[in-house]
Design a protein around this ligand. Structure first.
Ligand SMILES: Nc1nc2c(c(=O)[nH]1)N[C@H]1C(S)=C(S)[C@@H](COP(=O)(O)O)O[C@H]1N2
Ligand SMILES: [Mo]
Length: 197
């Protein structure tokens, strides 16, 4: 009976409708960083958006905190095949940050402290699908998970959610970022298994 129960449980987990193909569930929160954790003083921190015509808009930490803050309940999926369901974050929607930015660029390059970059189509950053997040599970985002703030684009594989994010550069071409230059997919939709290219 025990054998049967275990097998049944495993099958149920594998068929969880929230789990994209080729992923397994994890309940811990792995840290995946390509380099050391950068540290930046909040007074020196700002987030900027630079358009394809080099118009720059920026927000200090206090200015970011004064914007509407959203609660986000979402699943996250790493290309190394772990998924974590029902994670809770707080952050500012990219819709808010991009509202007054005049652009016809189709794509953005996210830039982080430490030099990490990742490209994301603007269509994937708009429409309630992406945030600059600074709280996880009711606490300030831990430095190893991207604190003080990271991009959160949970409908794409988690490498698109740039930790220690400091800005977006809007671009005419969907040029590859750090992992994309190293073989990861330009888009990264977990439901289509867009892992590599
Ligand atoms: N700046 C930066 N952001 C990053 C990474 C990184 O190495 N540097 N790794 C990416 C990858 S591959 C994943 S899976 C997630 C991991 O986030 P976590 O360490 O909070 O789990 O961050 C993404 N964002
Ligand atoms: Mo990853």
């Amino acid at each position: 009976m025990a054998e049967f129960s275990r097998g049944f449980g495993a099958r149920r987990r594998e068929s969880d409708p929230h789990l994209p193909p080729g992923q397994y569930l994890t309940s811990d929160f792995p840290v995946l960083s390509a380099g050391p954790t950068p540290r930046v003083a909040i007074e020196d921190w700002e987030f900027s958006v630079v358009t394809e015509t080099a118009v720059r808009t920026s927000w200090s930490w206090d200015e970011l905190m004064a914007l509407p803050i959203e609660d986000i309940d979402t699943d996250i999926h790493c290309v190394t095949r772990w998924s974590k369901l029902g994670t809770h974050w707080r952050g500012v929607s990219l819709d808010v940050l991009l509202a007054d930015v005049v652009t016809s660029a189709p794509s953005a390059m996210a830039h982080s402290d430490g030099g990490y970059t990742t490209n994301v189509p603007l269509a994937d950053l708009r429409g309630g699908k992406a945030w600059v997040a600074f709280e996880f599970d009711g606490a300030p985002l831990a430095p190893e998970h991207g604190g003080p703030a990271r991009l959160l684009v949970p409908h794409l594989y988690f490498w698109k959610s740039a930790k220690w994010v400091r800005g977006l550069v809007l671009q005419e071409h969907d040029d590859p970022g750090f992992w994309e230059q190293n073989g990861y997919n330009l888009h990264g939709d977990p439901w289509r298994e867009e892992r590599y290219w």
